[in-house]
Design a binder for this molecule. Structure first.
Ligand SMILES: C[S@@+](CC[C@H](N)C(=O)[O-])C[C@H]1O[C@@H](n2cnc3c(N)ncnc32)[C@H](O)[C@@H]1O
Length: 420
């Protein structure tokens, strides 16, 4: 059996598992919503059955198209087809019965604009272990096929983004033979700018085969996809994120399991769509508990997890300690978040074990070095030099938080967004 035939067979198995589980799962979801509104599901049974049948038919047709399409033509994922099917007849059914639409957070509204009743499954696991298993197998088969065909997993290229920062001597630059280009990040939520993604891509592409890349804080996969597509064959890529919905983004500190599961589902779907699901090992755990799951040494560490001082300091100190001499540590929200900046002062600034390698916005790069007295002084000097920019970022955040965003251009900040 060829890889293509095997992939198609896994698609058919996934379609069969979904055909068996989806109608029951959806009927239960709709009944729950009716009950929560005080409607007896028995009284709406005919309408509910018709809505479920219509959604199941739409899903079946979509899956049939997906399973027979060549992988290079596939723009949908199985999960996106499920969500689209739910957005049709089931949504109309609930609207017709006056079921109120729940308040959704901004991220979900942007990611899933049509799922107005928040019906969609966060993960395939909600539809049962058979579906979850079939989806994982299908994703792995797709990644395998993509790798065989294109040499390495990855989405379509957008072309080279600008190279805004001096490359380290060992890193290839975009446009050179080993340089490569950024994957398509359209629709992948996150705070990493394209210029920062390019910096990350170059650092990942420089890791030699047999090396190891660790990311702390993956969210919905934006940086993970960059790392995984840039990494050479034989480089291990590990993404650490508990997906617990806490320490997630600006002012989203408290854990929230529903939000975390949604992030996890989006992470899996985004990696699948980019063709790198089989290329990344996800450790779903807070970084301080993930150490036993990762071998030494690290060639590249990307830190973008919890931004509070305690966990950020742990990531820079304990995980940073595991980076080999000459290896790189890239830190997001450096000199932008107060917690991360304080953590940098207690580690990269004074330990003498890191030499700065420039900064792209809030993405700072450091190379692991042997400590020397002059080296330490130079690092303190560089960190001091970042303080005016840090002070400006804090001021911008204060203005944005108190609704005075219109004043931020006075500080040279024109985008109106949170500074990264
Ligand atoms: C700013 S987001 C990461 C963004 C991501 N790098 C990207 O490019 O889109 C922070 C992430 O850190 C994760 N996180 C929170 N606490 C963590 C911890 N203790 N260890 C690892 N990750 C953590 C959150 O779940 C969240 O997904």
């Amino acid at each position: 059996m060829t890889d293509e035939e095997r992939f198609r067979r896994h698609g058919e198995e996934l379609a069969a598992a979904l055909a068996a589980a989806f109608p029951t799962w959806l009927a239960r979801r709709l009944d729950d919503r009716l009950r929560a509104t005080g409607i007896d599901p028995g009284e709406a049974a005919d309408g509910r059955a018709a809505a479920v049948a219509a959604a199941a038919a739409e899903l079946g047709a979509g899956l049939a198209r997906l399973c027979t399409a060549d992988i290079d033509e596939q723009t949908d994922t199985p999960l996106s087809l499920v969500r689209r099917a739910i957005a049709g007849a089931p949504t109309r059914f609930l609207d017709e019965h006056g079921v109120p639409r729940p308040r959704r957070d901004e991220m979900d509204s942007r990611l899933l604009p049509d799922d107005v009743h928040a019906l969609g499954p966060a993960t395939f696991a909600e539809l049962g272990p058979e579906v979850a298993e079939a989806a994982v197998v299908w994703g792995a088969a797709k990644a395998h096929l993509h790798r065989r065909r294109h040499g390495r997993p990855g989405g379509p290229s957008l072309g080279s983004a600008p190279v805004p920062d001096a490359a380290s001597p060992t890193e290839p630059t975009a446009g050179t033979p080993g340089g490569g280009s950024l994957p398509d990040l359209t629709g992948v939520e996150g705070w990493l700018t394209l210029e920062q993604a390019e910096r990350l891509r170059r650092a990942a592409a420089a890791v030699p085969p047999g090396g190891r890349i660790v990311e702390i804080g993956s969210f919905r996969g934006r940086s993970t996809i960059v790392l995984a597509t840039a990494a050479a064959d034989g480089v291990e890529v590990i993404a650490i994120d508990p997906h617990g919905g806490g320490d997630r983004g600006p002012q989203e500190i408290a854990p929230d399991p529903v939000r975390g599961d949604a992030d996890h589902a989006a992470f899996v779907a985004n990696l699948e769509r980019a063709g790198v699901a089989g290329r990344v090992r996800h450790v779903r755990s807070p970084s301080d508990r993930a150490h036993p799951h990762v071998a030494d040494p690290l060639d590249l560490l990307y830190v973008d997890g919890a931004h509070r001082f305690g966990p950020a300091r742990h990531d820079l100190a304990a995980w940073g300690d595991r980076v080999r001499p000459g290896g790189l540590m890239l830190v997001h929200d450096a000199f932008s978040s107060i917690g991360v900046t304080l953590a940098l002062w207690t580690t990269t600034a004074v330990s003498g074990r890191w030499r700065h390698r420039g900064r792209v916005g809030s993405l700072a790069a450091f190379e692991r070095v042997e400590p020397t007295r002059w080296g330490r002084l130079a690092q303190v000097g560089w960190h001091l030099a970042q303080m005016p920019w840090f002070a400006r970022n804090v001021a911008v955040k204060v203005l944005l938080s108190v609704g005075l965003g219109r004043l931020t251009p006075l500080l040279g900040h024109r985008s109106g967004d949170w500074p990264y």
